[in-house]
Ligand binder design. Structure first.
Ligand SMILES: [Zn+2]
Ligand SMILES: [Zn+2]
Length: 204
């Protein structure tokens, strides 16, 4: 399996990943400190994909895009947070952040960049309206952002959140994936679809 490089950092211990798809490097999310991590490793991603717009996932996004000169991708419903991150000063954002423009907005049905090989997107709102999961069927990997965690799901009490939408999206779009699919979450350790299907208390 193509193991992604993992970075964990920032006030919320947020996971970012660097995925190599046949030489095309996709950075997934941009917590505080991810830019320095990439600079130290001398890795310039070719794409920056944001699973959703919460501040702990977009902290370094504008700086990474500028430094790497790479396109930025997120869902249309993520734009309001990425373009006006100050809106999050009312829920946890400790300081002002630079807005980050999308080079292209992506949804489940948007054709993806050809260099992303077999990747598919799953739109699973409820934690955040524009939450996208990046699914790689050939390698059984799901980069889920803050949708599904080991023994937990994303919180639904932030603006635009919905418990019903979140649980329905997980049940309809994630649980039917192959059981061995490895879930790389926005926080905490990796898990699998099969494990969460059988033991996640929110999904029983
Ligand atoms: Zn979040
Ligand atoms: Zn988060």
């Amino acid at each position: 399996m193509n193991q992604p490089l993992t970075y964990t950092g920032g006030l919320a211990a947020t996971n970012a990943y660097l995925l190599d798809l046949g030489g095309h490097l996709i950075a997934i999310d941009a917590p505080e400190g991810f830019l320095d991590f990439l600079k130290k490793k001398k890795i310039k991603p070719h794409s920056l994909f944001l699973t959703h717009g919460h501040w702990d996932h977009i902290w370094d996004a504008a700086d990474i895009a500028e430094w790497a000169g790479c396109p930025v991708y997120y869902h249309p419903d993520t734009a309001f947070l990425c373009l006006e991150p100050d809106a999050m000063l009312s829920f946890g954002l400790p300081q002002k952040l630079r807005p980050v423009q999308a080079t292209q907005l992506l949804d489940e049905t948007t054709p993806l960049p050809s260099s992303w090989s077999q990747a598919r997107l799953l739109h699973v709102p409820g934690h955040c309206p524009g939450s996208l999961c990046l699914y790689l069927p050939e390698s059984d990997q799901l980069f889920g952002g803050d949708v599904l965690f080991e023994d937990a799901v994303g919180r639904w009490d932030l603006p635009g959140g919905s418990r019903d939408l979140l649980l329905r999206g997980i049940r309809e779009k994630i649980l039917p994936l192959p059981q061995k699919t490895v879930v790389y979450p926005g926080h905490g350790p990796t898990t699998t679809v099969g494990r969460e299907k059988t033991s996640n208390p929110f999904l029983l």
